[in-house]
Design a protein around this ligand. Sequence first.
Ligand code: OXD
Ligand code: MN
Length: 587
Amino acid sequence: MTSNLELAAWVNEAASLMQPNAVHWCDGSDTENAQLIETMLADGSLLALNPKTHPDCYLHRSNPSDVARVEHLTFVCTSDKDDAGPNNNWMSPADGHQLVNSLYAGCMRGRTMYVIPYLMGPYGSPYSRAGVEITDSPYVVANMRIMARIGTRALAHIEAGNSFVRGLHSIGELDPERRYIMHFPEELLIKSFGSGYGGNALLGKKCHALRIASWQARTEGWLAEHMLILGIEDPKGNVSYVAAAFPSACGKTNLAMLVPPLALKGWKVWTVGDDIAWLHPGPDGRLWAINPEAGFFGVAPGTSTKTNPNCMATLGRHTIYTNVALTPDNQPWWEGIDAPAPEGLIDWQGRPYDPANGPAAHPNSRFTVSATQCPSYSPQANAPEGVPLSAIIFGGRRSTVAPLVYEALDWDHGVFSAAAVASETTAAAVGQVGQVRRDPMAMKPFCGYNFADYWAHWSSFGTKASKLPKIFHVNWFRKDAQGSFMWPGYGDNMRVLKWILERCNGAAGAVRTPIGNVPHPDDIDTTGLVIERAVLEALVAFDPEVWTRELVDIAAYFATFGSRVPTVLNQQVTRIERELADKRAAA
Ligand code: OXD
Ligand code: MN
């Protein structure tokens, strides 16, 4: 089925190990997709939604034990354990192969093996990379078809002699005790077993475009990041591009599709991507970003015409919903959607909705939809050269400590601020929700190598590119003493983006603090926003006492990476410590 002998031999080898009934090479066509949907409707793994309100939309209900990424079962298998670093679970490549191959033996008996050639990144872009996923899940094929560019054209790219990442996937028995997501970066290989959930099973996404790609990017001089990319058009029609990294389920999709408040006349946001960015230094000294993905695999709960009107306009046709609730007339429903829960609602597990069982939609329920359906999809989203970045934003979900926004003093300080990001955990991964953990560059679950080496790689761009974007840190999630959010968020985040752009153009004011430049309350455009002055002041306030404690925690975190931590980060700790001591002495 392919003229690439290496690929043909690998597929044959996988088939002898897994023993499927049939092998199907995916061409990515509409006909093929229609047949897969038919198969899944027939076996009950998909339910057709109301064709009048939701044409060509389907609901998939996962096994209840398989609804999120499994970080504790995700491994990076490098020859030297230190290359994976304390940020990853490690196994030797030999042990990793042996373990998963024993699970793979005969695992596709009675099933079809699908071979999915795919491309991450726009057709014709020198930055795009190919992969091939082998899977026994038609649900994975249907989702990959939306999230990546799959089929004939991707295969032709590989057959033209381009390298490809190999990904093996079987849902096995969906047994959480027999579930592993293994990465072999030295072999550009992924082996996933026992889960059908997005981040564990759609191998082009987290496994390839982040874990393996971050490894490749380090050796090749670029960056693979957990970032949305957006274009901001000002009232004069100039568009500037920004990339922003936030941990999973912290609003990347909402920010990527933001609709500015009416009071900020003439501003508009264009969506390039909502989850992953590959950044390359361009010949002009700027960093250029492409979105390797072609679709959105977004968190449904909380999405509404109020929080994300562009997203709501994107959904509702040609969409796969996973683990949302179902109304009696077969429409998808989730907590926070526009309509209240109707009578007769069916929960994500197919039971009549009973609040005693928890939310109707799983908190990590998702939609999979093509980016081309998004009304704010950028005309530059498929530009082979990508888009040039003016700013990079990092952020976390922190009810205390981090101000609404601050600007790093220079590149290395920006790398420090990003490496020090902390955030409260969410339902996107199995485990306790709401625990503060360090999530450097929002890459804690996704960096395919030692974080200390990754920070050094980030720092090295200081000399690789002459017109680097400015680095900022934001926090939309500050809470007051009563536990209420202090900043309205969503569309009003445009006010912070505006300050960020104005800082890039040298137009806005700021106050210098040890942790960076914070806006004076008057520097944030509050036209049309009702917010108490005291709240705004508290949002941008810098508290030396709180940051003294924070810095101790950051330094202790860096120390867990030992002597590999780049000196520039420790120098930032020392500088901030000194400036904080001066502040305390002056107080
Ligand atoms: C995602 C995640 O699915 O970060 O994007 O978990
Ligand atoms: Mn993500």
